[in-house]
Design a protein around this ligand. Sequence first.
Ligand SMILES: Cc1cc2nc3c(=O)[nH]c(=O)nc-3n(C[C@H](O)[C@H](O)[C@H](O)COP(=O)(O)O)c2cc1C
Length: 344
Amino acid sequence: MLEVDSKKLNLGGWMLNINSKLNIGNFVLKNRVVVPPMASQTAELDGRITPKTIEHYTKLASSNASMIMVEYTYVHQSGKSEMNQLGISSDFHINGLKKLARRIKKYGAVAAIQLTHAGGKSSKDTTGDRLISPSGISVPVKGSQLEVPSVANEEDVQLLKQSFLSAAKRAYAAEFDVVELHSAHGYGLNQWISPITNQRSDYYGGTVENRFRLLLEIVNLIKKELPSLALSVRIPGMDHLEGGLTIEHSVKLAVLLENAGVRIINVSSGIGGWKRPSSRYGEGYLVADAATIQAKVKIPVIGVGAIQTATYINNSLLTNQFSLAAVGRAILSCPKWGVKVGLQ
Ligand SMILES: Cc1cc2nc3c(=O)[nH]c(=O)nc-3n(C[C@H](O)[C@H](O)[C@H](O)COP(=O)(O)O)c2cc1C
């Protein structure tokens, strides 16, 4: 159980809790619970949403969470990682995504969407194309051996940048309030920031700053073209693999992202994937990393990892572990979770 600092308990009669509002630039989150991105595998083979997708997100939005983050969408065919993954790689995806954003907002929630390029964390069978990665190192995944991807050349780097920018424009056209760049769980951008998979010796590798360059260039491009769009970035607290990203790296990255105008940092895990690392236990198993980062940035940080009680969320808010709690599987298995814990 977290220790609550009694001085923070009562701020002039106002107590921070699960139902406290949070102002994020252009909009206000009605409470401190967000549904994190979770792949629903409900899309057509060409990436368009289906009635099942709408039904799925309607259930999630009925939880009363303040922000519903639509699952990872592929920004380019070469970065698709599941056959029935939602797409945002073409303009023909926009109409369906707009229906989805509108449905989420109908429930008073902010609509967010996650943009992903899988890089080496896919297969040629799924992409129909070669896999693009920083250094041609297959992404270590527990229990399976992934393909050896190709090494990105200058054109590939441009393709990644333009694909993320075009996807962000589509998300904006589809009326999403927040766009999240997926740079965690071993997917494409995580491969560029991690020393395990990025062993380049050019402008995009070698030093920590160089490894962070592609992600920051993408942020800057989107900020320049869509200044009013709120950006979130999902980053690893650490890779949870030897020789990988450390919490010190991630703090540095979070500060750079904040300075670049990112509005939310969503802290999860890295190359090891989103599941509970063997060294972590219990409710909020990744929250310690979110807390370390929240202590260094002023923008809201999302904490995650088997969070399922209002008590845990309230204590974490009071002790400044994070500004927002991601509740994934608890809401997925029971959308009434919000009502049960008194979420308003
Ligand atoms: C079915 C499922 C699909 C997921 N898909 C994504 C995804 O698309 N993008 C992502 O960043 N994380 C994904 N995750 C990880 C979740 O966002 C979250 O970090 C994880 O479930 C831990 O939170 P929880 O313990 O509250 O469920 C997925 C998790 C689950 C259970």
